[in-house]
Write a protein that binds this ligand. Structure first.
Ligand code: URA
Length: 462
């Protein structure tokens, strides 16, 4: 039954003034928004009020459930294999989903991954996938389930069938400055993940200046909030806190990131931080698939035994990369979704390239102490790799390859970055952003890559 929708201005004012909405009102708002009865401008005002005022637990639960109920779910009745996914809270250069989906499928896990597009200064998995010519992410629900059962993996976006409320709200938040709010991020992520019919979920909660929630204490709160939403709805969740005080890997920009993800799947040399974060998340996914997700030290045995399980899982994933099985799974996934499967073997030939390739070299020598991810992410958006308005089209070819890492000691003339741009003027603007993002000094700013593991049982420092 449709919930009654009170006048929306009164609800916005109530939230603006710091009061919770009454039971049923979030449901009515989301139903109204999905049906087109509540306009974007009212929802963005309300989201901005949530950024400042938050939601209480009952409001958050109702918002999440309403977003989940806005569409259908992936149904895997009778499917004997575990279904595990991972989701990140958003970062710059984060291409781990492109690697983990085929890698876990190669390990026998079903990965029905529903992702989003670029959000604010961060990239989105859907935009990255669409850099592969022909790749379709708007699959009908039934086809998505059939494909996941057949090949063990599917990568799709929110559609009118699944999570339509998140599809619209996500795009609206992207361009209205309303991403960084723990309840909005939690409801967005968990509504998508709960619609996937998972047996377990692994979250990559980013922390550091390039994360939507930069502070460690609040990142832990975000992790706990999502773990709580999952636990209350029968989905065990494990979260890792990973560093986003510098970009992950070298490539930032859609096609460039696909190329870097493929380097890892092909067993080629690739950035050590990318390998580390990807395998840490992958090991959690594999252990979760075996029934270990959500277990803290008390529930799953000693911490030492748990670490040994994760180490064994990691070794298995490394072997699947070395044997070519993960790359085969990627090729199969791309072909199943209409993409050009030659991308797996000849990425240079298949992926789009920008007409201007511009090197940025150090003006002076010294040690790099910081590479700030947010201005770099914004520079990629300005190059055309992200959106400033809902209707903006992405240019998949543009981006920045960042060669300088915190702790590197460079000489004058050393390469800092390579910019891939549409025009020389765009490249120059991006060069200024790269130079501003890189700071020299004596004290390196770099968090541990994977710092905490959070489960329903508590927090473990790694
Ligand atoms: N990822 C999502 O899916 N939603 C958010 O709000 C942030 C990151």
């Amino acid at each position: 039954m449709r919930a009654d929708l009170p006048p929306v201005p009164a609800l916005i004012e109530r939230k603006r003034d710091g009061f919770p909405l009454a039971p049923g009102q979030w449901r009515a708002l989301i139903e109204g928004y999905t049906a087109g009865r509540v306009p974007d401008y009212q929802l963005s005002a309300l989201c901005m009020a949530v950024v400042f005022r938050g939601l209480d637990p009952a409001e958050l639960a109702e918002l999440t459930d309403a977003m989940l109920a806005s569409g259908d779910r992936l149904r895997f009745d009778g499917e004997p294999r575990p279904r595990v996914d991972k989701h990140s809270t958003g970062g710059v250069g984060d291409k781990t989903s492109l690697i983990l989906t085929p890698l876990l499928a190669a390990a026998g896990v079903v990965v029905p991954m529903m992702s989003g597009r670029g959000l604010g200064h961060t990239g989105g998995t859907l935009d990255k996938l669409e850099a592969i010519p022909g790749f379709r992410t708007n699959l009908p629900l039934a086809d998505a389930v059939t494909q996941a059962r057949r090949i063990g993996a599917v990568m799709l976006g929110q559609t009118e069938e699944v999570c339509p409320a998140d599809k619209r709200l996500y795009a609206l938040r992207d361009v209205s400055g309303t991403v960084p709010a723990i309840p909005l991020i939690s409801a967005s992520i968990m509504s998508k993940k709960l619609a996937e019919g998972l047996t377990a979920l692994v979250l990559d909660v980013k922390v550091g200046s390039g994360a939507f929630i930069p502070e460690e204490v609040r990142a832990l709160e975000l992790a706990r909030t999502m773990i709580g939403l999952g636990a209350a709805r029968g989905c065990p969740v494990v979260a890792l806190l990973t560093a986003m005080d510098r970009p992950l890997g070298v490539a930032c920009g859609n096609a460039l990131e696909v190329r870097e993800a493929l380097a890892m799947l092909r067993g080629e040399p690739c950035p050590a931080d990318l390998v580390e974060v990807t395998l840490a998340l992958g090991a959690e996914m594999l252990v979760a698939a075996e029934g270990g997700a959500g277990q803290g030290p008390g529930a799953g045995g000693t911490r030492r035994a748990e670490r040994e399980r994760r180490a064994a899982a990691r070794a298995r994933l490394e072997a699947l990369i070395a044997s070519g099985a993960a790359l085969d799974a990627f090729r199969t996934l791309v072909a199943a979704q209409g993409g050009d499967p030659r991308v797996a073997d000849e990425p240079e030939q298949v992926l789009p390239r920008a007409p201007v390739v511009h090197e940025v070299r150090a003006h002076a020598g010294g040690m790099i102490c910081e590479v700030a991810p947010k201005p770099l992410g914004l520079a990629v958006v300005a190059l055309g790799g992200g959106r400033s308005r809902v209707e903006d089209r992405i240019d998949p070819a543009v981006g920045i390859e960042l060669r300088a890492r915190p702790g590197d000691t460079l000489a004058r003339g050393d390469l800092l970055a390579t910019i891939h741009a549409r025009t020389p003027a765009d490249a120059e603007a991006a060069e200024a952003a790269v130079r501003a993002a890189i700071r020299y000094g004596d004290e390196v700013v770099a968090r541990p890559l994977v710092s905490h593991r959070v489960t329903v049982e508590g927090v473990e420092r790694l």
